[in-house]
Design a protein. Structure first.
Length: 356
């Protein structure tokens, strides 16, 4: 098990392009941290710096209090699971899982026990004599995880390990990783662009954009209290709806609706009287029945929920909006539905930071 301290990490490539800016994070022993963000945000680069596969341009990396900033990858006692599995096609599953231990020249009996134990954890016992080409994508990824487990590293690193799997296998393998974490009580850092993986796996999430950390917190914190517009738009499916509104006394004024403010909201928005702010409303926080009207464009029934897409105001010429209603809805294109906003988020229009 391990504690990791990432202190003011920067990554600047030889062409002067900076990929990561002032990255700071304290990872507790046994914690599962998920780095999430769109492609190119710097999350995989950060993971590779931790692994020793990328040089750290500035800052410090501590493992259990020891400075390993310049230590080679082989001396960091970390195991990495890659997106493309990185298995040796000419070796059996057993040989792939045992490979790193064989290189270390460990006792064959010890290797055998470790491989069998890892195979049992991952449900691979009956696959040990097969070659990777004989396995499904999910099984190959489990072999890659098994190869990491047998090393008994201080830290497990996962770089988008599920992105090559279909939706069903992603869900199943995601659950296996969660069970693996609980069983091993291991320190894990996991990179993904998939917010579902982040929300379901993480003890804490690091949300990144354009090389900068936008927010660090529990999944619930990022969902309930996003720090800024980026986090609010990235976390949550479907994404949050946004509207530019003016604060006028005890009302929020939009060209297509007005909303009364509670006493608490009035106090919060007092510095913004007479100014424009950004109002955010999650689709699941919109209810049927209310004074705000939308004209339906499409209706997606998902079983227990229905996504209703439309435009505000009965003429259908207002801003686009997505609602997530409970149950099965039979709205047709052109229907006009009254709605209300049950929970609202406010953001400074200039800084894009949440107003709290």
């Amino acid at each position: 098990m391990a504690n990791i301290s990432l202190q003011h990490l920067d990554k600047i490539y030889d062409n002067k392009v900076q990929a990561v800016y002032d990255f700071n994070l304290e990872v507790k022993d046994g914690e599962l941290i998920v780095l999430v963000g769109p492609s190119g945000c710097g999350k995989s680069t950060t993971l590779r710096m931790i692994a020793g596969l990328e040089d750290i341009s500035a800052g410090k990396l501590l493992l259990d209090g020891q400075d390993i900033t310049a230590a080679p990858a082989k001396d960091r006692d970390m195991a990495m699971v890659f997106q493309n599995y990185a298995l040796y096609g000419h070796m059996t599953v057993y040989e792939n899982m045992a490979f790193s231990l064989t290189l270390r020249k460990e006792d064959p009996n010890v290797i055998h026990k470790k491989v069998l134990a890892a195979a049992e954890i991952l449900g691979l016992t009956d696959q040990l004599n097969k070659k990777p080409k004989q396995l499904s994508g999910g099984q190959r990824q489990r072999v890659a995880m098994g190869r990491a487990i047998v090393r008994s590293p201080k830290v497990f690193l996962f770089d988008e390990p599920l992105s090559n799997l279909d939706a069903k296998l992603r869900g199943a393998t995601r659950r296996e990783i969660l069970l693996l974490h609980k069983r091993l009580h291991a320190t894990m850092l996991y990179v993904t662009h998939d917010q579902t993986e982040a929300l379901t796996l993480a003890d804490r999430i690091v949300c990144m954009s354009m090389g900068h950390v936008q927010q660090v917190g529990t999944p619930l914190e990022l969902y309930e209290t996003p720090a800024n517009l980026f986090v609010a738009s990235f976390i949550g499916l479907p994404p949050m709806n946004f509207f530019t509104v003016s604060v006028a006394g005890d009302q929020l004024i939009h060209s297509h609706f007005s909303l009364p403010l509670s006493g608490e909201e009035q106090a919060l928005l007092a510095p913004y009287q007479g100014k424009e702010i950004t109002l955010g409303v999650r689709p699941e926080n919109i209810s049927e029945g209310g004074s705000i009207h939308l004209k339906v464009t499409t209706n997606e029934n998902l079983g227990m929920n229905t996504l209703v897409h439309g435009a505000l105001f009965a003429d259908g010429k207002g801003p686009a909006i997505t609602c997530k209603f409970k149950g099965w809805c039979d709205y047709k294109a052109g229907d006009v539905v009254g709605v209300s906003f049950d929970k609202r988020h406010f953001f400074d229009k200039d800084t894009t930071n949440a107003i709290r």
